[in-house]
Design a protein around this ligand. Structure first.
Ligand code: A2P
Length: 289
């Protein structure tokens, strides 16, 4: 590893690496094991997984085979919508630990604000107090969902993981989270590798100016905005490239140019602000066991 990884501060006192590796959509066993091992070799210490990604056993194998001390890694997983209740969440957490082959998690999150998420949160608070989880957070929560959770919780969420990239910058959510001391994490930080985003003349020009790639410019923008990005790739060269963003800086003018790219439109149809979309997501029941 080249440099010390910069960190973000969490509201429970923990420090977290300023960028993590996202495991969404890596289903194939060999690809999952290799990708996570490459990520760890190239410096990532935060691995973001979820029960519904169906790859926890492979991620667990990669962690063991990486040769890096478990205590140096931060492993995150998430409870899927069908397990969003007090009892089911405890069971789902135990199953995630078992599949990952671990005896604690650094981060555990509610994947969507659906079902009895207050019950699930209570279970997660108990698991924190029992020493099984170091920090708890949420994903895809709206401001209204967060207000509800904040009114009932005894432990505040450390983060909200949401879709975020230069064309959907989530400025209102980011402002809300800053005000509440909650870190914003970005899923699909590269817009799923959308070609039109990576080929956008602005990112191509900035890449040339900084001797970097458009993907690195976008990831550096997240970092300088105070957003923890979780890029995914199954290619070693891209995995390494995506982490190599801590040796240059975008100027305030360049940051402002990127801020203007915001269209406020999602690339993904899953929208927590839409009742219709929430119903569709809630109906996605999978055989995760
Ligand atoms: P692949 O896994 O084949 O490398 P996001 O994290 O925003 O969801 O983006 C992930 C997508 O972007 C994946 O399809 C991934 O493809 C692609 N990707 C990841 N890193 C890069 C990169 N540095 N350059 C181009 N595409 C990338």
């Amino acid at each position: 590893m080249k440099n010390k990884i910069p960190t973000f501060h969490l509201n429970n006192g923990m420090e977290i690496p300023a960028q993590g590796f996202g495991c969404w959509r890596i289903k194939d066993e060999a690809s999952a094991v290799n990708s996570v091992k490459w990520a760890i070799q190239h410096g990532y210490r935060l691995i973001d997984d979820a029960a519904v990604y169906m790859n926890e056993p492979f991620v667990g194998r990669a962690i063991k085979e990486s040769g890096v001390d478990r205590k140096e890694l931060l492993i995150a997983s998430k409870v899927w919508v069908q397990d969003c209740s007090y009892e089911k969440c405890k069971h789902a957490f135990a199953k995630s630990l078992e599949r990952l082959g671990l005896d604690y998690l650094d981060l555990y999150m509610i994947h969507w604000p659906l079902g009895d998420y207050l019950g699930a949160w209570k279970a997660m608070e108990e698991l924190v107090r029992a020493g099984k989880i170091k920090a708890i957070g949420v994903c895809n929560f709206t401001e209204k969902d967060l207000d509800t959770l904040l009114a009932h919780c005894t432990i505040k969420p450390v983060m909200n993981q949401v879709e975020c990239h230069p064309i959907f910058q989530q400025k209102a959510m980011h402002h809300y989270l800053d005000e509440h001391g909650i870190l914003m994490e970005a899923w699909s930080p590269l817009g799923h590798g959308a070609v039109n985003l990576l080929n956008d003349p602005l990112f191509v020009a900035l890449a040339q100016a900084h001797h970097k790639t458009p993907a690195q410019i976008i990831l550096r923008w997240h970092y300088q905005e105070g957003i923890l990005a979780l890029p995914k790739s199954e290619h070693e060269e891209r995995i390494a490239q995506n982490f190599d963003i801590f040796d240059f800086e975008l100027s305030e003018d360049e940051m402002n140019e990127i801020r203007k790219s915001d269209t406020n439109h999602r690339l993904n149809n899953d929208d927590p602000y839409s009742e219709e979309s929430r119903k569709i997501i809630a109906s996605r029941v999978y055989d995760i066991e």
